[in-house]
Design a protein around this ligand. Structure first.
Ligand SMILES: [Mg+2]
Length: 301
């Protein structure tokens, strides 16, 4: 959204000091005297990202931490602290604020992250919550979206699709997985799946100036995607490609060392779903046929 604005801001921010990597990846990299800082921010708006009556304020707090930590995980960063800002509806500000904070605290405790304060406003609008997460970068280099090369294998953690049935509120940012894979030195690029496999893969290929060929039969489909497909008018595969908010990791792995890729980490499966290619764009391979893959997942033809 607001691509015009984002493109403009990207150019404008480049002229500012201390930015090693600015707008366009999962997090920014900021130079420091020691390890670089890895910084990301996300907002959740009532009615757009959650229905408060359905999920409750604590889940909103947990999700807010989770989405930001997922971005840190996608750069293999080590989380350090979060800063929380709330815009609370006037009629229930105190109760709502404390319950969201409880959810944030719960998640921060789980992932060993400090809460470095924040800001609270009361207003007449709906609930809007913002969180900024700060981590430290790996001295040997962060995983970026721009590191994939033609020939690299496309590797995915977990199973995709149907997050609306629960996973979008209750997921595990893949910090442990990143921690386990980073020392192997086989991951060349990564992002997390927030907008959907198709769109996030397209963003990764655009940053890496290559394309991707996905073997549709290999995409791991979640039970929730199967469930959704019974009533949605879309196939489970379409849900897996297009739904988003899976918060799994999408990686480019060195093909020469693909045999070092574990089949799972702590019960989370790792699956090779295709190959990065020099021909730009997204392509699907199914039963020997190669076709253009629509990023939203609705496959025609
Ligand atoms: Mg991301």
């Amino acid at each position: 959204m607001e691509h015009g604005f984002i493109a403009w801001a990207k150019q404008r921010a480049m002229r500012l000091p201390k930015i090693k990597l600015g707008i366009g990846d999962d997090c920014a990299l900021i130079a420091s005297d020691g390890s670089d800082w890895v910084v990301t921010t996300d907002s959740l708006c009532e009615g757009t990202h959650f229905i408060l009556d359905q999920c409750g304020p604590q889940a909103v707090g947990r999700k807010l931490v989770g989405v930001n930590l997922s971005d840190l995980a996608s750069m293999a960063a080590v989380p350090v602290a979060v800063i929380l800002s709330l815009c609370l509806p006037r009629k229930s500000a105190d109760l709502l604020g404390s319950e969201i904070y409880e959810g944030v605290c719960e998640a921060c405790e789980k992932y060993n992250v400090a809460i470095g304060g924040g800001d609270t406003n009361v207003w007449d609008g709906p609930l809007v919550v913002h969180l900024t997460a700060i981590g430290t970068a790996r001295p040997a280099g962060s995983w970026l979206r721009s590191g994939a090369r033609p020939g690299d294998k496309i590797v995915l953690s977990g199973r995709l699709g149907g997050s609306l049935l629960g996973k979008h509120l209750d997921f595990e940012p893949r910090l442990k997985l990143a921690q386990a894979l980073y020392p192997l030195g086989i991951v060349q690029a990564a992002t997390d799946i927030s907008d959907g496999l198709g769109i996030d893969l397209l963003n990764l290929t655009a940053a890496s100036r290559c394309g991707a060929e996905v073997e549709l039969d290999r995409i791991p489909i979640s039970d929730a995607a199967m469930e959704r497909s019974k009533s949605s008018g879309h196939t489970a595969l379409e849900h897996a490609i297009g739904d988003g908010e899976d918060f799994e990791l999408l990686m480019a792995v060195d093909p020469a060392r693909i045999d070092q890729l574990p089949s799972e980490v702590d019960g989370v499966p790792l699956t090779v779903i295709g190959t990065f290619v020099s021909r730009t764009g997204l392509w699907s391979r199914s039963k020997g046929r190669i076709e253009q893959l629509q990023p939203r997942g609705y496959v025609h033809g």
